[in-house]
Design a protein around this ligand. Structure first.
Ligand code: NAD
Length: 280
């Protein structure tokens, strides 16, 4: 979407709810908000069966008491909030988008692995909520996507094959990563084709030769890797590799808070991190 300016300059801190507050990203978000001017945590939500309900969100995240207990009931906290930061699961994110639409607030979505149906429901919620959704909230990856789009546009599909390689920690549940798909979309846009139908997500057995113009993915899982991505443009006799290595989840959390502050006061709609960073 176009980068229309926010309609007001808020005088008060933006009150944010972190859903999935006990998760890897949830705790990182609580720590990040604590260090960023203009934002504060006013609510923390977890699943009804979470062992962390009732605990102080700051204490759980290791920054000491912030006076925000983790609750299983999103509605009362959404009603008091200016925005929601959501790195949970696709089913929960769809539900939270509906609540954010009811409350007419900002919803920053980092959750990956959403289906086409999930995305359609999120898009519907964006009629009333101001949603920023991205498979990767870091500045580096969004800049990389711009470079990938340029490279794919410059290099002929008959001469250069595009392969996207990613590695993540062993707890990750979806593949290819949301970031790999974001980079695949950028490559496809550069080539002027849709990613769907041109993507090869898995190879196994007698696959036959590589289809010209296809965009391949390979996913590695292991250890504690925060997120490594490489886009390889392989020609005959030369190869270009564009890479990003995430060393700390804080880059995603800071990006998410930046997205929330950017979205405050903007009209409802579905925005991307490239809109937030002015890279569209
Ligand atoms: P995690 O499993 O550590 O955390 C998810 C948390 O959400 C858990 O604590 C879980 O209990 C909670 N949760 C699930 N359903 C809920 C519900 N209905 N209500 C409240 N809480 C609920 O996972 P993670 O590593 O923090 O990753 C979460 C998501 O964020 C994944 O989809 C991951 O791929 C994505 N992610 C995106 C980015 C990005 O920049 N866009 C970066 C890192 C991770």
């Amino acid at each position: 979407m176009s980068d229309t300016p926010a309609t007001d300059t808020p005088a008060t801190d933006m009150g944010l709810v972190v859903v999935g507050a006990a998760g890897r990203m949830g705790q990182t978000l609580i720590r990040a908000i604590h260090t960023i001017r203009g934002a504060r945590v006013i609510g923390a939500v977890e699943r009804a069966d979470s062992p962390h309900l009732g605990k102080d969100a700051g204490e759980l995240a290791g920054i000491g008491r912030i006076g925000v207990p983790i609750s299983a009931d999103p509605l009362p906290v959404f009603a008091r909030a200016d925005g929601v930061l959501d790195f949970t699961t696709p089913a929960s994110t769809v539900e939270f988008a509906g609540y954010a639409a009811q409350a007419r607030i900002v919803h920053v979505i980092g959750t990956t692995g959403c289906s086409a149906e999930d995305n359609a429901r999120i898009e519907a919620a964006a009629r009333h909520a101001t949603i920023v959704k991205s498979g990767n909230m870091s500045l580096g990856i969004n800049l990389l996507a711009v470079l990938v789009e340029q490279a794919a546009r410059a290099l002929d599909a008959d001469d250069f094959d595009i392969e996207i390689l990613e590695m993540h920690h062993k707890h990750k549940v979806d593949a290819p990563s949301g970031t790999a798909l974001l980079l695949g979309e950028a490559a496809a846009t550069g080539r002027g084709v849709p990613l769907a139908g041109n993507d090869v997500r898995v190879r196994d057995g007698h696959t036959g030769v590589r289809k010209v113009g296809s965009i391949g993915f390979a996913s590695l899982r292991g250890g504690s890797v925060v997120g490594d991505h490489s886009v390889i443009l392989a020609g005959t006799g030369e190869r270009i590799t564009l890479s990003h290595h995430a060393e700390d989840r804080a880059i995603f959390a800071r990006g998410a808070v930046k997205a929330a502050l950017w979205a405050r006061g903007r009209k409802p709609g579905l925005y991307s991190m490239r809109d937030v960073l002015g890279l569209s």
